[in-house]
Design a protein around this ligand. Structure first.
Ligand code: ATP
Length: 385
């Protein structure tokens, strides 16, 4: 929907704007001192992914400032509890298609993401992940179908930043602004109070550099700052595109703990990442996409069970006789390197019995089960699905 369409719709439809807000809007005017250069407004608006929601930068600024003054206290906890009770999907794609010319970036995708869970969004390069996230955030329009946030498009929620906080792009802050000002300005544009800006920077580990200009921030620091900005509205849903990029192992561990904390608070997290090993102990559910088509969604455990061929890694000082015994028993030797073999088609108990009967000692045995392996299987075989 274009910016002007949205503005027209809001003015036609009183239900979109809470009555209390409209009533006070007439009396409360933003202070003149709050006039901010247009370039800065655009920069932070881009970061908050608000661009399609305002007719012009000036209007966006005026509207957000008015809301910042009058938005009533928002009971996100109660809303989250209600959403969890009803188990209505927090994000839902309904027969969603997005075409760029002849390319179907998203091809008739349907899935639902439950509230209060961490969902990993996986796919090979060019699969359509960023396009899907942009569709949910209203940054691009579907060719057909719908991308719904808690039952309706994000633009139809009165204060979108209360509903969703997103990090799609870490290059979104003006390099000459201080970190603290970037967060305050983002809060102001989002129409929410800015008094907790320092607390947000503390929360993402940037409290000590709150007064520094962001131009010289490292990639990891930018990730953290973008996350602080995404959280200004205390959102029910957090959407993150490759948030682990640029973070060191300690930073990744910190981020995972933060996201687990969000889940404990009842928030919904959607995270796309190529670091599958890092996602494995984090996500509850998965949505897997390849070439614009959804090839699996639901519980991460069920996904791994469905796509991974069970393999056993075994170490033996007599690999050749063991290999022959495994094949005789109907198993398959996938790989052999020195004393180590990878075997499929047998359980570890069967393998132990075969080795015992052949008089071969097993020096080590591990059942391999990983998200990475299941993902490779699923995307490699996608033409068969
Ligand atoms: N604005 C656009 N114009 C034309 N084609 C586009 C546009 N945006 C995306 N595409 C195409 O849509 C497909 C999906 O792209 P998208 O960026 O969503 O994939 P992705 O899964 O996020 O990839 P990556 O993991 O590499 O970031 C690609 O073929 C891409 O070239």
């Amino acid at each position: 929907m274009s910016r002007s369409t949205l503005a027209t719709r809001e003015s036609r439809s009183p239900a979109v704007e809470p009555p209390a807000v409209r009533a006070v809007d007439q009396d409360v005017r933003p202070p003149a001192a709050r006039r901010i250069p247009t370039v800065l407004t655009r920069c932070v608006a881009r970061c908050l992914h608000l661009a399609p929601m305002a007719r012009s930068t000036t209007q966006l600024l005026r509207k957000r400032v008015n809301r910042a003054h009058v938005t009533p206290a928002f009971s996100t906890r109660a809303q989250r509890a209600r959403a969890a009770l009803s188990m209505r999907p927090m994000l839902e794609a309904v027969s969603l298609t997005k075409r760029f010319g002849s390319v179907a970036a998203i091809n008739d995708a349907s899935f639902a993401i439950r509230p209060g869970a961490i969902t990993g969004f996986l796919g090979p390069n060019g699969a359509g992940k960023s396009t899907m996230l942009r569709l949910f955030l209203g940054l691009t329009h579907p060719t057909s179908g719908a991308a719904l946030i808690d039952g309706k498009p994000l633009r139809e929620w009165p204060v979108p930043s209360r509903k969703v906080g997103a990090v799609l792009d870490t290059q979104c802050v003006h390099p000459s602004r201080r970190a603290i000002d970037s967060v305050r300005w983002a809060a102001w544009l989002a129409g929410v109070p800015a008094y907790h800006a320092e607390e947000l920077l503390d929360r993402v580990g940037l409290g000590a550099v709150a007064g520094q200009r962001t131009g010289k921030f490292s990639v990891g620091m930018r990730q953290r700052l973008a996350l602080a900005i995404a959280l200004v509205g205390d959102p029910e849903i957090v959407v993150l595109d490759e948030p682990m990029n640029g973070l060191d192992p300690e930073g990744i561990a910190w981020l995972k703990e933060l996201l687990r904390g969000f889940r404990d608070q009842g928030r919904t997290v959607l995270i796309s990442s190529h670091l599958l090993a890092e996602l494995e102990d984090l996500v509850d559910d998965l949505v897997v996409i390849a070439r614009g088509k959804i090839i699996g969604s639901g519980s991460a455990t069920a996904f791994i069970d469905r796509f991974q061929t069970q393999t056993i890694s075994v170490l033996s000082d007599k690999p050749e006789p063991l290999c022959a015994a495994v094949i005789d028993a109907g198993g398959e030797v996938m790989e052999m390197q020195g004393q180590r073999m990878e075997i499929s088609g047998l359980t570890s108990i069967q393998l132990g019995e075969i080795a015992r009967d052949a008089g071969i000692a097993l020096l080590g045995l591990t059942e391999e089960r990983s998200l990475k392996r299941a993902f490779s299987e699923a995307t490699a075989n996608m033409t068969d699905l």
